[in-house]
Design a binder for this molecule. Sequence first.
Ligand code: ATR
Length: 284
Amino acid sequence: MTRTLCLLGHPVAHSISPRFQQAALDALGIDAKYEAWDTAPEDLPATIERIRSGDVIGCNVTVPHKVAAMRLVDRPDAMVERVGALNTIINRGGLLHATNTDVAGITGALREAGIEAGGKDVVLLGAGGAARAVVVAMRTAGAKRITIANRTEAKAHALAEVGGPDLDMRYAPLDAADPTFRRAVSEAQIVIQSTSMGMLHGPDETGTPVPTELFSPGQVAFDLVYVPEETPFLRAAAAGGATTVGGLMMLIHQGAEAFRLWLGQEPPIDVMVKAARQALAERG
Ligand code: ATR
């Protein structure tokens, strides 16, 4: 019998997860269909019940349900607590386990690029939901220091408890003219971009929070934004001589970790990347 996997979000039509997850299932000959289930917030409890009682192996959860779904599952793990959101549900015989694979996505993308965050001086641009997962990933990797640069200072300070006692956390205004920001970025070994800047159709499509002159060779620039694949931030970083890592790799690696948890099999990363790029190209 064909089993089902799904994505819960609202909207979900733009998501490329169904494309690259299905490509991985097909490549391994697994008889399962990955479907996008557009779920309005008021329908979330009933949809989660449908997963519990049906032949659904599990699902990915995206905006706007990542926090609301936490109280609807049976076994959210420690990662859900730490990140404050879930993105993966695994149905184990009617018992719904949940985790957050965004941290694995961040770690996987950096590992694949040969980058080790342990002992490093990191600047994190942004302090939203994605930034929380970055702080957990940097804490787990044993980064030395993280300077959070955000437009709204209070949100950066709210991330302090996520970093724990061993991570030296600082704040800088997200302002390319600010001396604290300029020094933090130019001295950092890794700069991670988690704001919506540079995102296609976002609030500031053409903007980069960091200009080229603050980058130098030996630095790593990692953008969580993946549409477009080469963001203004990554273009500025490359022009300054930094090594770049794109957000598509994080998206793929968070999906790959979910795949392992649902199916206990290693997904073909190269197949997923190819399918994701094709889906993005078709979307235009
Ligand atoms: P996500 O889940 O993708 O992290 P989010 O929680 O809405 O999304 O967070 C968006 C982040 O992008 C925030 O850090 C936000 O800054 P504020 O905390 O000041 O709101 C940042 N952001 C969004 N648009 C921005 C812009 N035009 N300039 C600078 N920062 C921006």
